[in-house]
Structure formats: C-alpha cells, structure tokens
Design a protein around this ligand. Structure first.
Ligand code: NAD
Ligand code: ZN
Length: 366
C-alpha cells in the first residue's frame, strides 16, 4: 500500500488500502453511507467496490454519465436522493467514478447540510492522476467549465488501478494527457522516457500513476488555493477548456473529451510560448509532434474563432480583463500568469490550424 499525505486528506493505493478504508469506515460514527455512481461505474465498478467492502451497507445514487450532466440540475437530483435516503450530518458519501462524479459528488457532499464527509474513489485514469487530487470541486454553468464550485478536502482518496481494466481506450488516452501535462511542467526525464516508448499505453501503470499524483501534490501543497504556482497545472487548459466548451455547446463542433482537449490546448500554448521567445522551436516541435502522434489533430475553423476567443476571455486564470496563460519556458520549466494579447491568440489560432493541416497531410502521405 502506498500512502500519500496531501494537506488535509490522504491518498491510498493498492489492495491493502481497502482494509484500511474498511477500518476507517467501521471506526467512524457514520449513520448512513451512500455511493454515487453513473450508469457505467454502476455496472463496471460497483460490483468490485461491494466485494472489496463487504461489511458496509450503503445506498446507491445513480446519475447519467458525461460532462453534459455536470450541472446544477444533476446536483438537484443528487441532493433530492440524499434527502430521500435520510443522509444526515454523520453520513458518508463515496464518489465512485471519473472526474465528473468526483467533482460533482464532492460538491454535493460539501454543500448538503453545509457539508458531509466524502471519499473519492477515482475510476478513470484522468481522475486518478488529476481530478481526485487537490480538492477542487464543482460543476459547469451556462456552458462554462467548472464555474460554480469550491475547494474542499475529501476524507480520503483511494486509487485502485484495477478499475482501469474496464475503461475504454479512448478514456485512457484522455487521462494520459494530464499525465503528460505533469511531466511537461515538472519532469523532463520522465517526459523523454514516456515519449520514447513504443506505445503510449506502456506508460500507464500504478507506479507512473502515483508519480503523476506526486507531481500534482507538489504544486497543490505549495499553493492550495491557486493564488500562484498551482496555476502551472492549468497548462493546456486555456484553449483546452475553450474547445471542450465549444463542443458541448455547438452541434457543429466536435465534442472532445477533457484530456483530448487539454492535449490540443498544450499544442496551442506551445505555439504561443514559442512566439513569445520562451519555448525553443526544437522543444515546441518535439512536444507537438508527440502530442499529435497520440491525439487526433482537430482543426478549429475560422467561423468558430470568435467563440473560442470569448471562452478564453472568460477563463478563471484571467485578471482585470487581461488574458493570462500558463506557458512553458522549456520542457519541465513552467511559468504562470503570462499575459497574452488578443492578437497573439488569433495569430496562434491560425498557426495551430496550419500545424493541424500539415500534420494531417503528413499522416495521410505516410
Ligand atoms: N477537480 C479537478 O482538479 C479536476 C482536474 C481535472 C479534470 N477535472 C474534471 O474531470 C472531468 C473529466 O473526468 P473523466 O475524464 O474521468 O470523465 P468522466 O467522469 O465523464 O468519465 C469518463 C467516462 O468513463 C466512464 N467510466 C468511468 N470509470 C469507468 C470504468 N472504470 N470502466 C468503464 N467506464 C468508466 C464514465 O461513466 C464516463 O462515461 C471534467 O469534468 C474535468 O473538468 C477536474
Ligand atoms: Zn484537466
């Protein structure tokens, strides 16, 4: 079992961790336990959860899967179910699922009766390496990502790699983007190792998952409420959130998974960093080539540029009307709060589209 202490919560991993969790649950003063799932984690993860914690009785609250349900409407139905099952201030909620379940379930638990205890049990790669670490909770609002929410610590985070056995490859790829993000901002040696692997899937094992968690932990501990260095973790998210939001709102733009959008967002950020004389041409090309070897290059046609710009302007990292981005100085070295002008955004959109077109051409030629 590995135990990672993170501010006021603890991250446990491995089989023995379940015994530890059972001990904690048995020892607690809990009146009711509830587990929040979506239809997929109900089918694929709840049976193992029950097997691993046979002595615990709990109510099951199910919501529909997907980012489009990460809304206050879904919170209403969760809060209603919590009332229906008589959850009170001594109840415990398990969030068994990906980042959507973790962010929204944690938010509902933290607001229900002014806050009840909760445990995050991430079941996607993305939620293991990123969403379940760092205590950010919340939902999307009016088409904007994570607009309503809070920071609040779970009692525990349980990382159990075998949940990944049923995860579709497309979801694994999405989570891998956040692992790469952690390396690009903090660990050049592992970046070189991962990007040299024959198949990106070879890089996904418990050891590398925990390595990713430790990198995130180091940024979170230094700056728990994202006043400064924690913004490093937003690398790739300015443009990433914009194209992810556009896909949710518009039927005419492709719907992207969070990590896939972040991967494209990292390409976009690197173009800007190079334009600003921060990132060298060689490193920009090295990173972008690798990202486009794992992630599908997606063009952002000109009619969408104003929409993308509007999302970028609403980004939570911005201050006093200025667009602030997280950019790489070099691989493993990141800088936050870099002011970017509207002209630089539009220039980067055009350069990004040109790179997508060139990459597609070279893929089709080979
Ligand atoms: N709080 C944070 O710090 C933070 C960080 C990164 C991302 N996020 C958020 O996380 C969300 C994305 O998380 P995600 O990628 O895990 O998405 P998700 O929760 O939508 O899960 C992806 C899909 O996988 C299914 N699934 C989950 N576990 C499974 C399993 N073991 N087997 C089979 N299917 C399974 C889900 O039902 C869903 O269809 C976004 O909303 C993003 O904003 C939050
Ligand atoms: Zn992310």
């Amino acid at each position: 079992m590995e135990l990672i202490e993170l501010i006021d919560s603890t991250i446990l991993s491995g089989y023995e961790a379940w015994e530890k969790l059972e001990e904690l649950i048995q020892g607690g003063p809990w009146t009711t336990c509830a587990v929040l799932v979506d239809e997929n984690t109900n089918k694929f993860c709840l049976p193992a959860f029950k097997e691993l914690l046979p002595a615990i009785d709990f109510e099951v609250i199910e919501i529909p899967s997907g980012e489009k349900h990460k809304t206050l409407n879904t919170c209403n139905s969760i809060w209603k179910d919590m009332m229906h099952y008589n959850l009170d201030r001594k109840s415990l909620c398990f969030n068994l699922g990906g980042g959507v379940i973790g962010d929204m379930g944690g938010f509902c638990a933290s607001t229900y009766m002014r806050g009840i205890d909760f445990v995050q049990i991430p079941t996607t790669l993305l939620s293991m390496v990123d969403a379940s670490v760092g205590s950010k909770l919340g939902v999307d609002f009016e088409g904007y990502k994570n607009m309503i929410g809070m920071f609040n610590d779970p009692d525990l985070v349980m990382i159990h790699g075998s949940f990944l056995n049923t995860l579709p490859a497309s979801e694994l790829r999405s989570g891998y983007a956040e692992m790469l993000k952690h390396l690009l901002i903090a660990d050049i040696d592992s970046w070189e190792k991962y990007s040299a692997a024959y198949d990106w899937r070879d890089n996904i094992d418990l050891e590398n998952i925990l390595h990713s968690v430790r990198i995130k932990k180091s940024f979170v501990e230094e700056d728990p409420y994202e006043q400064g260095v924690r913004k490093a973790l937003n690398f790739g998210h300015t443009f990433g959130h914009a194209i992810e939001s556009l896909g949710m709102e518009s039927d005419d733009f492709v719907h992207l998974k969070h990590g896939d959008a972040v991967a494209l967002g990292m390409v976009f950020a690197n173009i800007i960093a190079h334009e600003k004389d921060m990132l060298s041409m060689e490193e920009m090309e090295e990173i972008n080539d690798y990202l486009f070897s794992v992630y599908k290059p997606i063009e952002v046609p000109k009619p969408f540029w104003e929409d993308i710009f509007a999302y970028i302007v609403k980004d939570k990292k911005n201050q006093r009307g200025s667009i602030l981005m997280t950019l790489l100085e070099e691989i493993g070295v990141v800088r936050v709060n870099i002011e970017v002008s509207p002209e630089e955004i539009f220039f980067a959109l055009s350069a990004y589209n040109a790179l997508v077109a060139a990459t597609k051409k070279s893929k089709s030629d080979s």
